[in-house]
Design a protein around this ligand. Structure first.
Ligand code: HSE
Length: 407
C-alpha cells in the first residue's frame, strides 16, 4: 500500500481523484502497489463529495504523517506550492506536480533535494497536459544530443488562432469564444501574451540541454497583434500561423523564443489545430520525433499526474536521475538566429520593389484580394538582426511575422 496526499481539489486535483477512483485496478497493476488517497488538502469544504471524509485544511497533517509517501501538488502558482513541495521533499516524501510556474522557477533546486533524499520530484503534467513528453525526454531520447525543440505549447492560443484561420473570426471574437467555452481564463494575459508557453519551453529546454534555462530571459511575443489579414496571407503562402515555443542549438549557440510563426504545410506542426498541443524534437541521430495530444483539460492533465504517481510508487526508495543542472544555459541574443520573414507593406509592389530587392536581395512578393492597397513579401533566410535593421529602410511597413520551414 502506498498512501498519497493530493494538495488542491480544483480542476486537476479532482481529475486525479476521479482517474484513481475510476482506474484504480489497472493503476495498481501497473505500479505493482496499491495506491490509496489518504488525504486531500483544500481550503474549501466539499460537503457530500467523495473526498469529504479525507479532506484536511492543514498541510501539517500531511507533512507529519509518515504513512504519506507521495505528495501530489496540483494547486498551481508559486506560493504556497513551493513551500509545501519543499517541506514534503525535505521530509522524504516524493512529489508529483502539474505546476509549470513552480517547475520553471524552482525545478533544479527541488530536483536536487529529491536526489539528496533518494526520492523523486516528477512533473510530467507541467508541459503539454496529457502528452507524455517530460519522461520521454528524460528516459527515451537519451541516445543522442537533442538539437531542437519546437512546440505548440498553449492550447488556448492554438484554439484562438485556429478559429481565426478556419472561421475567419477576428482576435477579439475568437478570444471571447475561447473564454465562453472555458479554454481561456477571464484574465487571458498569460496565455495570449505567450508567458505560459515561455515557462513550458524553459522546462523542456532545461531537460533537453541539461542546464537551467531561465524563462525570464526568453524573448516572448504573444498573439494579440495577429489579424485575420495575416491569416489570409499565411494561407496564400501555403501555411498557418501558430504560436511556437522553441529552443535550438545552432553551432555552439542556444536560441530560445516564443512568438507567432507562419508554419509551412510541410512541417508536422502545421496540422496541429484547436486546443491540441504538439512538441517536435530533433536529435542528431534519431532525426525528427513529435508528441501530440491534449495539452490541457482536467482528465488528460490528471492522467499525466497519475502517471507520475505510478512512477514514484515504482521508485519509492530510488531517485530517477533527471538531467537538469542548476547551472544556467546561456542563451544567445535572438539577433543571430537565422530565418525567413514575411512583411506587410502599404502601397503596391511597384512603388518600392527595387528598394526592397536592393535591401533584402531575393524576395517573393505576394498580394491577396482581401487586402487591397498593400502587399507582402517573404525574404530568404537572414539573421534577425539584419532583418530588423533593413526593414527600417522600407517605408510603410505594416508588420512582420517569422517563418518556420520552407514557404
Ligand atoms: N492555459 C494553458 C493552455 C493550460 O491553454 O495551454 C495548460 O497549461
Amino acid at each position: 500500500m502506498v498512501n498519497i496526499a493530493v494538495l488542491g481539489y480544483g480542476t486537476v486535483g479532482s481529475g486525479v481523484v476521479e482517474v484513481i477512483d475510476r482506474n484504480g485496478g489497472s493503476i495498481n497493476m501497473k505500479s505493482g502497489r496499491d495506491i490509496r488517497i489518504k488525504y486531500v488538502l483544500d481550503l474549501r469544504d466539499f460537503p457530500g463529495d467523495r473526498v469529504e471524509p479525507i479532506l484536511v485544511h492543514d498541510f501539517d497533517v500531511i507533512l507529519n504523517d509518515p504513512e504519506v509517501k507521495i505528495v501530489v501538488e496540483v494547486m498551481g502558482g508559486v506560493e504556497p506550492a513551493y513551500t509545501f513541495v519543499k517541506k514534503s521533499l525535505l521530509a522524504g516524501k516524493s512529489v508529483c506536480t502539474s505546476n509549470k510556474e513552480l517547475v520553471a522557477k524552482h525545478g533544479p533546486e527541488l530536483i536536487a533535494i529529491a536526489r539528496e533524499h533518494n526520492i523523486n520530484f516528477l512533473f510530467e503534467a507541467s508541459v503539454g497536459g496529457g502528452i507524455p513528453v517530460i519522461r520521454p525526454i528524460n528516459s527515451s531520447l537519451t541516445a543522442d544530443p537533442i538539437v531542437e525543440i519546437r512546440g505548440i505549447l498553449n492550447g488556448t492560443t492554438n484554439y484562438i488562432l485556429t478559429q481565426m484561420d478556419v472561421a475567419g473570426w477576428d482576435f477579439d471574437k475568437a478570444l471571447a469564444t475561447a473564454q465562453s467555452v472555458g479554454y481561456a481564463e477571464r484574465n487571458p494575459e498569460a496565455d495570449i501574451e505567450g508567458y505560459d508557453a515561455t515557462r513550458k519551453i524553459a522546462i523542456l529546454a532545461s531537460l533537453a540541454f541539461g542546464r537551467n534555462v531561465d524563462y525570464e530571459k526568453i524573448y516572448t511575443e504573444g498573439i494579440s497583434k495577429i489579424t485575420v489579414t495575416d491569416m489570409l496571407y499565411a494561407k496564400k503562402l501555403g501555411g498557418a500561423i501558430k504560436l511556437l515555443g522553441s529552443c535550438t542549438k545552432q553551432g555552439d549557440s542556444y536560441y530560445a523564443m516564443v512568438a507567432p510563426f507562419i508554419v509551412g504545410s510541410d512541417h508536422p506542426l502545421y496540422a496541429v489545430s484547436g486546443v491540441y498541443n504538439a512538441i517536435f524534437i530533433r536529435g542528431d541521430a534519431i532525426g525528427n520525433v513529435m508528441f501530440y495530444g491534449s495539452g490541457a483539460g482536467k482528465l488528460p492533465t490528471a492522467c499525466a499526474v497519475v502517471s507520475d504517481i505510478v512512477d514514484a510508487a515504482k521508485h519509492l526508495d530510488k531517485h530517477i536521475y533527471t538531467f537538469w543542472s542548476p547551472e544556467e544555459l546561456t542563451l544567445a541574443g535572438t539577433g543571430g538566429a537565422v530565418r525567413s520573414f514575411f512583411a506587410r507593406v502599404s502601397g503596391s509592389p511597384a512603388d518600392c520593389e527595387a528598394e526592397i530587392k536592393e535591401t533584402f536581395g531575393s524576395v517573393r512578393f505576394i498580394q491577396i484580394d482581401e487586402a487591397p492597397g498593400e502587399f507582402g513579401f517573404v525574404t530568404d533566410p537572414v539573421t534577425e538582426q539584419s532583418f530588423d535593421e533593413n526593414i527600417k529602410k522600407i517605408p510603410g511597413v505594416l508588420g512582420r511575422i517569422r517563418l518556420e520551414s520552407s514557404i
